[in-house]
Write a protein that binds this ligand. Structure first.
Ligand code: MN
Length: 434
């Protein structure tokens, strides 16, 4: 697992003063992304406070050398795929070099300051060309809660505790935070209606998930062993797996891997690296008494000891009425990534176990990360029991599912004793009318 080094020092400060104690992007984070300044081309950058440092420009201006230079040079052409493909060593070298550039007292400050952009004036794009997107179902509490709605007597199918369940999602409709999407149409068949009809989704929902970026891939027919799976993970983001529950329920239960899901997926645009998250690694929770031990190809002692992430995840709702009144978004739930039943390495090992080749820039969704308590449920399906118990909002409004103009916002926060806290940035989108 990843050793902590000087880049994790909580006392480290940046000459970019708004980065110090920044909720998401202090100097200990340094997530990678693709941005475009006003009227400028897409380019690779690193988030520091409310600013973005232009990576390619750092290379051109001689601020980087060796592996760090190689990493920055790979991040050309408006996607990070080639950088992700390089794996951990150049990525770490880049992190170390960037801390050297951005730390208070750095001799590079005068040069680097000219290569900073105000993040608020830039457009954030998808950080990589996503070849394939796979959505898992690793949240046990979510699987239980959803299973209960559909099959009260047998909420979990017998394979759940053996197989990391997933389905192949749609890469073309993955969009970065801030891009609104249109309410989907589809076949709907409410209970009591004999035949389905076609029209706008009535039960539009979100799913709170962790996104996982694949770095180096594998050759077809060459599975990734669980012990080296972490070397294939390039980073993390927040992921909203928007779900049309009425379409989903009619087309396929309970996962709904087609039109109930494929219309939009929103991600936070910054790739938070495994190095940045190293201080927040914790042991995978012991399985409940009586649960089977994972099969050997999914078991690794080191992965069990440090394969989970202690990451607080929040969902907030901003309705049009709240927006007009100037109200703050209302928090719907608060969960933690540590509640996943499978580690990220187990997802990688399982995905490739049949010989399927993963490629740099592939994206995984963890599955909805609900906790065991009512205030930690990661979808409206669970919070409102499929619309039967509407939520009451502080301004008197109620919600079964999402209405036009509603905006859903996700936030992540990693905290650990002796570490500087980091976040993931914005993952938000507004529902447009059909
Ligand atoms: Mn999902």
């Amino acid at each position: 697992m990843i050793e902590l080094d000087s880049t994790h020092d909580p006392a480290l400060q940046s000459w970019v003063t708004n980065a110090n104690n920044h909720p998401d992007f202090p100097i200990q984070n340094l997530p990678l992304g693709v941005f475009a300044p006003l009227n400028g081309e897409r380019r690779a950058g690193v988030a520091i406070g409310d600013h973005i440092l232009d990576l390619a420009a750092c290379a051109v201006h001689g601020l980087l050398a060796g592996d760090a230079l190689r990493a920055a040079q790979a991040a050309q052409g408006g996607t990070l795929n080639a950088l992700l493909a390089l794996g951990a060593r150049p990525r770490r070298a880049l992190r170390l070099a960037l801390v050297g550039i951005l730390a208070r007292g750095s001799a590079a400050e005068p040069q680097a300051e000219a290569l900073l952009h105000d993040a608020g004036a830039c457009t954030l794009h998808l950080p990589a060309l996503i070849g394939d997107y796979t959505d898992f179902y690793a949240g046990l509490h979510h699987a239980m809660a959803v299973g209960k709605l559909f099959r009260p007597d047998a909420p979990l199918l017998p394979n759940y505790k053996y197989v990391p369940i997933g389905y192949h999602g749609r890469a073309s409709s993955v969009v970065p935070s801030g891009v609104p999407f249109r309410r989907p149409s589809g076949q709907r068949k409410p209970a009591g209606q004999a035949e389905p009809d076609f029209g706008p989704c009535r039960n539009l929902d979100y799913e709170l998930e962790l996104g996982i970026w694949i770095g180096p891939g594998n050759e077809p027919g060459a599975p990734i062993p669980i012990g080296s799976a972490c070397e294939h993970i390039a980073g993390f983001c927040l992921l909203n797996d928007w779900s049309a529950r009425d379409v989903q329920a009619w087309e396929y239960q309970p996962l709904g891997p087609f039109l109930g899901k494929s219309f939009a997926t929103t991600i936070s645009p910054w790739i938070v690296t495994p190095e940045a998250l190293a201080p927040f690694r914790i042991a995978q929770a012991a399985r409940p008494e009586g649960d089977p031990r994972p099969l050997p190809y999914l078991w690794d002692d080191a992965d069990q000891q440090a394969g989970a992430l202690n990451l607080v995840l929040e969902v907030l709702l901003l309705t049009p009425r709240m927006r007009e009144a100037g109200d703050e978004p209302h928090r719907l739930s608060r969960g933690n990534a540590r509640d996943a039943y499978w580690t990220v390495s187990q997802l990688v090992a399982h995905h490739s176990s049949n010989g399927c080749n993963l490629r740099p820039g592939d994206l995984f969704g963890s599955g909805t990360l609900s906790g065991p308590t009512p205030d930690s449920l990661g979808s409206l399906l669970e919070l409102t029991e499929s619309g039967r118990k509407p939520l009451a909002l502080p301004n008197g409004e109620t919600r079964r599912f999402l209405e036009d103009g509603d905006e859903i916002l996700f936030r992540a926060r990693a905290e650990a004793p002796g570490a500087a806290s980091i976040g993931f940035g914005s993952c938000r989108a507004v529902v447009l009318p059909n």
